[in-house]
Design a binder for this molecule. Structure first.
Ligand SMILES: [Mn+2]
Length: 350
C-alpha cells in the first residue's frame, strides 16, 4: 500500500465521528447538490453500498433528478427516491450530505433539511459556505473529490471496496479532475485511482461510459454555445452564453453543459472563463473557470455563489444582458484591484 494512501490524522478523527453517528439498522438518506455531477453521483453510490455493508438501510434523495449519464452507477441495488422530494426524508435516522459546503446547494430540499431533528453529517471538499448543511463534517479542501474522502471512510472502517464501489469512486475522481488534468490532480488522487484499478476498474470502459456515451443533443448544444463565444484578450477573459430554452430544444439536461466552460478557458491568453446560462425566469446561472493564479471563488462570492478557486458558480437574478454586464464589469474591476490573485499561501487548495 502506497505511503500516499495513509489517511491524514484529522480525516481519521472526522471519520470516527461519522462512524459513531451511524448504527446498524439505521435508515439513512444521502443527498448531494442540485444538478448532481460525477463526484456527487459517484460518492453517493459508493457510500450507499459501503453503508449497506455496515447494515444500514440507505437511499438517495437529491433536489434534482438523477442524471441520465450516470444512471448506470445506481445498478439494481441503490435506491434513488429523489422523485418523492422532501417526503423521502420522512422517518430517516440520519442524513448524509455529500459534495456541498452550503445548504443552499440542496435547492428544494434545503428547508426540509434545516427542519430535520438530527444534525446532518457532511462529507465534502469545497471551500466553506455561508451555512454548512451540518456540524459533523468530514471536510477537506485538499481532497481532489468528495469521493477521495469516501474512499478514506471505507478503508478506515475496514469496508470492502467492491468493483461497483470502485467504479463509483473512479467516476467521481475522473470527472472532478477533468480526466486527471486539473490542479486538484494530486499525487494522492492518482494513488487512490491506481488503488481503484486493482479493485476491478477498467479505465477504457469507464471512459466509454462517461465521455463516449453522450447524447447527440449535447454536441448540438456545444455547437450553439461556441457560436456565442466572446473574447476580451487584453483582459484575458472569454465567455459563452446559453440562451433560455436551449437545453429543451436539444433535448438535453444541465449535466450536458458540463465541460462547455472548458472551451473559453482553453484559449491562449485567457485565464478567466465564464458561462452564462439564461434560466429563462429572470435568473442566470454563471459558471466561473480559471487557470493557476486566478481565484474565481472570490468573484463568485460577490454574487452569492462559491465553490473552488478554479471552478465556482453563482445563481444571479436579472435579465441575461444585465447579468453579463454586471458580472463582466465586476470581474474586470476585481482583477484590476488584484482581488482575484491567488493567495500566496501555497497550501490554499484549488
Ligand atoms: Mn466535488
Amino acid at each position: 500500500m502506497s505511503e500516499l494512501l495513509r489517511i491524514p490524522e484529522h480525516r481519521r478523527a472526522a471519520i470516527a465521528a461519522l462512524r459513531d453517528a451511524l448504527r446498524p439498522g439505521m435508515r439513512v438518506a444521502l443527498s448531494t447538490h442540485i444538478n448532481a455531477d460525477g463526484d456527487g453521483c459517484g460518492s453517493q453510490t459508493a457510500l450507499a453500498r459501503l453503508l449497506a455493508q455496515m447494515g444500514l438501510q440507505v437511499w438517495i434523495v437529491n433536489p434534482t433528478p438523477w442524471p441520465e449519464l450516470f444512471r448506470w452507477l445506481l445498478g439494481d441495488d441503490v435506491r434513488d427516491r429523489s422523485a418523492e422530494g422532501a417526503a423521502a426524508l420522512a422517518g430517516i435516522d440520519r442524513l448524509i450530505v455529500l459534495d456541498i459546503s452550503d445548504i443552499g446547494r440542496l435547492g428544494v430540499l434545503a428547508d426540509a433539511v434545516r427542519a430535520l431533528p438530527q444534525d446532518a453529517l457532511v462529507i465534502d471538499h469545497h471551500l466553506p459556505g455561508k451555512e454548512p448543511p451540518g456540524r459533523t463534517m468530514l471536510s477537506d479542501t485538499k481532497a481532489c473529490a468528495t469521493a477521495e474522502l469516501v474512499f478514506d471512510f471505507a478503508r478506515e472502517c475496514g469496508l470492502e471496496i467492491s468493483t461497483s464501489v470502485a467504479r463509483s469512486l473512479y467516476t467521481a475522481l475522473v470527472t472532478d479532475t477533468g480526466g486527471f488534468r486539473f490542479g486538484n490532480t494530486s499525487p494522492r488522487c492518482l494513488a487512490v485511482a491506481a488503488e481503484l484499478l486493482t479493485h476491478g476498474v477498467d479505465p477504457e470502459a469507464m471512459y466509454a461510459r462517461i465521455y463516449g456515451s453522450v447524447p447527440l443533443g449535447r454536441l448540438f448544444l456545444l455547437r450553439d454555445a461556441l457560436d456565442t463565444l466572446e473574447v476580451d484578450l487584453p483582459e484575458g477573459m472569454a465567455w459563452v452564453t446559453v440562451p433560455a430554452g436551449a437545453l429543451e430544444r436539444h433535448q438535453v439536461s444541465s449535466e450536458d453543459l458540463d465541460g462547455v466552460a472548458e472551451y473559453p478557458r482553453s484559449i491562449a491568453g485567457v485565464s478567466l472563463a465564464l458561462l452564462f446560462r439564461d434560466l429563462g425566469h429572470g435568473k442566470v446561472k454563471v459558471s466561473f473557470r480559471s487557470i493557476a493564479g486566478v481565484n474565481v471563488n472570490a468573484l463568485a462570492k460577490v454574487f452569492g455563489g462559491g465553490g473552488h478557486a478554479r471552478a465556482s458558480g453563482a445563481l444571479i437574478e436579472g435579465g441575461i444582458e444585465d447579468v453579463k454586464r454586471r458580472v463582466l464589469a465586476e470581474a474586470r474591476r476585481l482583477r484590476a484591484s488584484g482581488a482575484l490573485a491567488d493567495s500566496p499561501d501555497p497550501s490554499v487548495p484549488h
